[in-house]
Ligand binder design. Structure first.
Ligand code: BGC
Length: 769
């Protein structure tokens, strides 16, 4: 198959039964073939941070040993790299590895927003912010698909909890849905054109996403113009006919003969238009064409991939705290380092569930520390805790041993984190505190050894309150894949300079988090009552101090920000700022650009991330960094007008090193010109006054009304101040009774609306806002 026209021809040659059967998989991991027409099967496998290819196409293999593959940093880790080019590189590498393993569709990236740190799949997802997630996701998809391998962006949409997810409806108001939960999907669809999208398990506002017309048809296809394949999450299909009508092309897993039969019968009974089925099949055939037309690609060696895994891990880890410049460690100034904690020898590199890769190899932190510094100083190990489980018993013996070791060393490095079993698809996280044993261990060791460094492994934010003030250094190591052991060793000894920043807010305590009152659904409904105020948007509005804010991350060097400029040109705002490395090491800084709307009548978060850049600078080097903000970056979703609106008015452009470390700001009046706003029966006085033509009509009618009323209306400041937010129809009812006589207020308003429509030039059906 070569062209889209050939796809259409092929479609005409398929029988109804063949078309229906193509809409479900062949088995757990493949699509069906039609041999007589040379339509081949496609193979798809997980996942989000590496390939999880099962030994057989009939098994799900979640708990099994799958084909070994490169295990890259998980979503929250790589999200903290803020490195768009790195994501592209990872996409390319996974594309090449997929080709080598005969994988046509890779089931990732996972890009859902993090609503609560308790989400069981948080480790798979990039961030709490749609701009960061969308930019990273788009680069990953572009990289992957450049190798002829389809991405499957998932889970569309609002899969934010594991608890009863298959029978729970995410209840989200439209503005929140569009601005927070759909926005990253939209960015990826428009920028990178993913060849497939996977719908989620949950219902959205009462309807399964796999059959949700509002989501799949109106928004995804009609508004965003998406023409790729929508496939179901595994068993997410309930009503297949509704699904076809909504545009769910492919049901997984297959063969789902019962649904094939139902589709055929529905077409024969006239309940389903054959062209609706054709639309799904055409998209599946197009997917086959897209994946098959690609040339062979150059394969990377396992060694090259491992190097990339190490580099990606190093870019992902975040130096949260480094008091007195204790880090990096300088072997020549030390004689011994105590390495404490089982994770130093048995590292946690990923989460569990469908995203769990069988890693090709794994770097062990202890071995890598020995490799880097073993010859120059003495490294000694203590287990610290027997086994990491959420409820583990406090083992005083292990703590005493660790304390003694730390006391007779120059420095203690403690490897701690969430237990292996706590982060998995299928179950939400029970607690974001470290297990009691580890918390006590850190406190006891820090007391004995003030030079104490804590390295954390977790896929979600953690509470550190019990011990964080006692230790000078903390590194968030995330779940950073098979190269994490080397990366952390290099970071501790300064061979790499930390450059990651938090992709999610770390709270002081769980009850500070945005969804704390309604963390999970009940009775089949999960209300997103915090609305737009997720992540840092919530902490800003509540003026809550997080433990470590979104976007925070230190470096072994320092950066200075200067000369922020912002200029509007048409619908774009061009921003530039100067950044300088003022320290003694080369390093990377992530400059974050937030926008604050100063005037909007609608509730808006205090600031929102709209652009960012990761810049590498040598000591003393200066660079000017440029950004282009678009109209959409200033917009909110106006549900009344059912569209994105950027108001003309004052905005603040904030350049920050984190969401709470804003270095520069520029106040700018942006003029986004005229806007189409339709007047209607209940338009407010302020709406009528907003447009020159409607104001003229209004004044004419008021004059007539005043002639018949005892109390004349004068459109002065006092009157407008009071009545501005009243629908004009109500003002007429209040003041125009004598004028109206038997004529209904609705009739008068309709007359006025007709007049407005008639007297405006076509392109001025609108007015200045
Ligand atoms: C997960 C998907 C995954 C699929 C196939 C489902 O349980 O939600 O993310 O791609 O299984 O393993």
């Amino acid at each position: 198959m070569k062209t889209a026209t050939e796809t259409n021809m092929l479609l005409t040659q398929l029988t109804l039964e063949e078309k229906a059967s193509l809409c479900a998989g062949l088995n757990m991991w493949m699509t069906k073939s039609v041999d007589r027409l040379n339509i081949p099967s496609l193979a798809m496998y997980d996942g989000t941070n590496g390939i999880r290819k099962t030994a057989s196409t009939e098994e799900l293999g979640i708990f099994g040993h799958n084909v070994p593959a490169t295990c890259y940093p998980t979503g929250s880790a790589i999200g903290s790299s803020w490195n768009v080019e790195l994501l592209r590189e990872l996409g390319i590498a996974l594309g090449k590895e997929s080709r080598e393993l005969d994988v046509d569709i890779l089931l990732g990236p996972g890009i859902n927003m993090k609503r609560t740190p308790l989400g069981g799949r948080n480790f798979e997802y990039y961030s709490e912010d749609p701009c960061l997630t969308g930019e990273l996701g788009a680069a990953f998809v572009e990289g992957l698909q450049s190798q002829g391998v389809a991405a499957s962006v998932k889970h569309f949409a609002c899969n934010n909890q594991e608890y009863e997810k298959m029978i729970t409806s995410s209840e989200v108001d439209e503005r929140t849905l569009r601005e927070i939960y759909l926005s990253a999907f939209e960015r990826i669809v428009k920028k990178a054109d993913p060849w497939t999208i996977m719908c989620s398990y949950n219902l959205l506002n009462g309807e399964y996403t796999s059959e949700n017309e509002f989501l799949l048809k109106r928004i995804l296809r009609e508004e965003w113009g998406y023409d790729g394949v929508v496939l179901s999450d595994w068993t997410a299909v309930d009503n297949r006919i509704k699904g076809i009508k909504a545009g769910l092309d492919l049901e997984m897993p297959g063969p789902a003969h019962y649904h094939t039969q139902a589709i055929v019968q529905a077409v024969q009974a006239g309940e389903l238009e054959e062209q609706e089925l054709d639309a799904c099949v055409r998209r599946i055939l197009e997917l086959v064409r897209r994946t098959r037309e690609h040339q062979a690609v150059a394969i990377q060696s396992a060694e090259e991939r491992h190097e990339l895994a190490r580099r990606a891990a190093a870019e992902s880890m975040v130096l949260l705290k480094n008091d007195n410049g204790l880090l990096p460690l300088q072997p020549e100034r030390l004689s011994s380092v105590a390495v404490i904690g089982r994770f130093a020898k048995q590292p946690r590199i990923q989460g569990a569930g469908s995203a769990k890769v069988t890693p090709a190899r794994v770097d062990i932190p202890w071995d890598e520390l020995q490799d880097i510094a073993g010859g120059r100083l003495e490294l000694r190990y203590a287990e610290g805790y027997a086994q990491a489980s959420p409820t583990d018993q406090i083992d005083e013996g292990l703590i005493e041993e660790s304390v003694a070791l730390a006391a007779r060393s120059n420095v203690a490095v403690i490897f701690a984190g969430q237990p292996e079993s706590s982060e998995s698809e299928g179950i939400d996280i029970a607690s974001i505190n470290l297990p009691p044993h580890q918390s006590k261990l850190i406190q006891a060791v820090a007391e004995a050894q003030p030079n104490c460094i804590v390295v954390l492994s977790s896929g979600t934010s953690l509470v550190m309150r019990p011990w964080v003030d006692q230790v000078p250094c903390v590194i968030q190591g995330w779940l950073s894949g098979q190269g994490a052991g080397r990366a952390i060793a290099e970071m501790l000894f300064g061979l790499v300079n930390p450059s990651g920043k938090l992709s999610e807010t770390f709270p002081v305590k769980l009850s500070d988090t945005p969804a704390t009152l309604y963390p999970r659904g009940e009775d089949g409904k999960l209300y997103y009552r915090e609305g737009l105020f997720t992540g840092y948007r919530y902490y800003d509005r509540k003026q809550l101090e997080p433990q470590f804010p979104f976007g925070h991350g230190l470096s072994y060097t320092t950066f200075e920000y200067d000369s922020l400029e912002a200029v509007q040109t048409g619908d774009e705002v061009h921003v530039a700022c100067v950044i300088r490395n003022t320290g003694t090491r080369s390093g990377k800084e992530i400059i974050q650009l937030y926008v604050n709307d100063e005037e909007c009548k609608w509730v808006r978060p205090d600031k929102e991330l709209k652009a960012f850049a990761k810049v590498e600078l040598e000591p003393g080097e200066t660079k000017k960094v440029h950004f282009t903000l678009e109209r959409r970056d200033f917009s909110y979703y106006n549900t009344k007008e059912q569209r994105w609106v950027a108001d003309t008015g004052f905005y603040n452009i904030l350049a920050g090193s984190s969401s709470r470390d804003i270095r520069l700001r520029s106040r700018l009046h942006c003029d986004f010109g005229t806007q189409t706003v339709a007047l209607h029966t209940f338009s407010l006085l302020s709406d009528w006054l907003r447009y020159s033509h409607s104001q003229a009509v209004l004044e004419e009618y008021l004059e007539d009304m005043n002639r018949h009323s005892e109390e004349a209306i004068v459109l002065n400041e006092e009157f407008i101040g009071f009545w501005n937010d009243f629908p004009l129809i109500k003002i007429i009812q209040m003041f125009g009774q004598q004028w109206l006589q038997n004529k209904s207020p609705r009739l008068v308003i309709q007359e006025m609306l007709d007049r407005v429509a008639r007297c405006q030039p076509a392109d001025e059906a609108t007015a200045e806002r």
